[in-house]
Design a protein around this ligand. Structure first.
Ligand SMILES: *Cc1c(COP(=O)(O)O)cnc(C)c1O
Length: 454
């Protein structure tokens, strides 16, 4: 069958349920723990922080398919299905016998896959009768997606934006404000944890872990508010499974059988979402695939971190998660421009990786931007630096096929566009981008502060 450049599904073929890969995992991801007593965090504790139904999804290790509420399906239809693209032009330019496909999630105003979970989280907050939600944002994609989702459901949205991004990415900030969000640079004077961090480190430009602490504090102390998070959590991977389900339906429709499935990994949500249904088939023994997580060499949680319980935030107010981590105090080198800077990794991805069901690889940022530039010039899309980690490894694998003559089928997740990352591209274009790989001592230092559990 002739395979079109772009494979779209009909509306009637869109997923009506999310897929929860935990249901098929023999070794379930470890539970979140209450930092006060080391006991598993139950529904009561989690629903003080998160919306009730989202807390239930967080804890649900058994239900394989969960209905996507009608309201969310309608919103999805405004920008989904996302195209599955056959990279004919890239294949030709590389001269590879490999077949390359990518699932492009950048075709919405927020510019990334994060909207898939933002709209779900806003829906459950609205359904619960809440007034609003709080969150943090680093590069700004999550804050933008959540602002759009909250505007749609008429919810208030308070975003704590890492100060350095707030100052360097004024346009991201303005998109959020256009959608009605209230954006505060973090650390700020508006929270106790923010004031404490400012007193201890005056002039700090902030971090993701610190912004999380501020957002959680505000949610816990404001009537009618809950905290929402754009990655890492089980519930987020569940919502993002829409990426994998659409990809799988499109592949099945055209009898495409991927051999290698690749995704960039920050907190693990797009990767988890893309691979979940395929991993389900692998776990059930129905098919086999190679899965590759790609992370920056400057923030290598899977390839150089430790699988242990750790804090999710700097202020240590969140439950503890068992994950591959570099330690909650780990901050990537200031020259790192490519995103994916969270110190930990989704518990689901961590467990699958620890069980040997998937691989991980790290890439230096100059080689990631080489791939980004090559891709932009050949396939036309200006990719986000995060997404370009997956492009790097997809190209590497395609070049390996060229050497061996193997006709492998490669599928990768192209998570978003890079329009707001032009400062990073500028550095690259000016030849000023450098690589920094943390030393073993750097990593040992932040790992020394892991909490003492189990
Ligand atoms: C946030 C983001 C990522 C990384 O987050 P994951 O949770 O690991 O998917 C990757 N690409 C883009 C474009 C993003 O906005």
């Amino acid at each position: 069958m002739e395979i079109p450049y772009k494979i779209y599904l009909e509306e009637s073929e869109l997923p009506t349920q999310w897929y929860n890969v935990r249901a098929d995992m023999k070794n379930k991801p470890a539970p979140l723990l209450n930092p006060a007593n080391g006991e598993p965090a139950g529904l009561d504790m989690l629903s003080a922080v998160f919306c009730r139904e989202l807390a239930e999804q967080e804890l649900d290790n058994d239900t394989a398919y969960i209905d996507i509420p009608e309201e969310i399906q309608s919103f999805y239809k405004m920008y989904r299905p996302s195209p599955l693209v056959r990279a004919y032009c890239l294949e030709k330019a590389l001269g590879t016998p490999a077949k390359i496909y990518y699932k492009f999630e950048g075709n919405n105003t927020s510019g990334s896959h994060k909207l898939n979970s933002a709209i779900a989280q806003a829906f459950y907050a609205k359904k619960q009768g809440l007034k609003g939600v709080t969150t943090e944002t680093g590069a700004g994609q999550w804050g933008t997606a959540l602002s759009m989702a909250c505007a749609y459901f008429g919810l208030d949205c308070k975003v704590y934006m890492v100060k350095v991004s707030y100052e360097q990415k004024p346009f991201r900030r303005e998109v959020m404000r256009t959608y009605g969000a209230n954006v505060t640079p973090s650390p700020s004077e508006t929270t106790e944890v923010g004031r404490k961090i400012l007193a201890e480190f005056p002039g700090t430009t902030g971090s993701l872990g610190c912004a999380i602490s501020e957002a959680v504090e505000v949610a816990l102390h404001t009537e009618g508010y809950r905290y929402v998070l754009g990655s890492v959590l089980n519930q987020v991977l569940l919502h993002q499974s829409v990426i994998g389900l659409e990809s799988m339906a499109a592949c099945d429709k055209y009898d495409i059988k991927p051999d290698i499935i690749i995704g960039c990994a920050g907190g693990g949500s797009n990767l988890g979402g893309l691979i979940s249904p395929f991993m389900g088939r692998k776990l059930r023994g129905e098919a086999d695939y190679r899965f590759i997580a790609v992370e920056p060499a400057s923030c290598p949680s899977l390839t150089r971190g430790k699988f242990a319980y750790d804090f999710c935030d700097t202020g240590k107010v969140c439950p503890l998660a068992k994950m591959y981590t570099l330690g909650s105090g780990f901050i990537p080198s200031p020259n790192h421009a490519g995103g994916l800077r969270y110190h930990g990794m989704s518990s689901i991805i961590s467990q699958l990786y620890d069980d040997g069901l998937m691989e991980a690889r790290s890439c230096e940022q100059t080689s990631v931007f080489d791939a980004a530039q090559q891709f932009a010039r050949i396939e036309g899309i200006l990719p986000a630096p995060e997404s370009s980690h997956a492009i790097r490894v997809a190209i590497d694998e395609a070049m390996r096929c060229k050497e061996t003559g193997e006709e492998k089928t490669i599928l990768f997740g192209l998570t978003g566009t890079g329009y707001f990352d032009m400062v990073a591209y500028q550095k690259y274009n000016d030849g000023e981008m450098t690589d920094y790989i943390p030393t073993d001592e750097d990593i040992a230092k932040s790992l020394a502060a892991l909490p003492d559990v189990r």
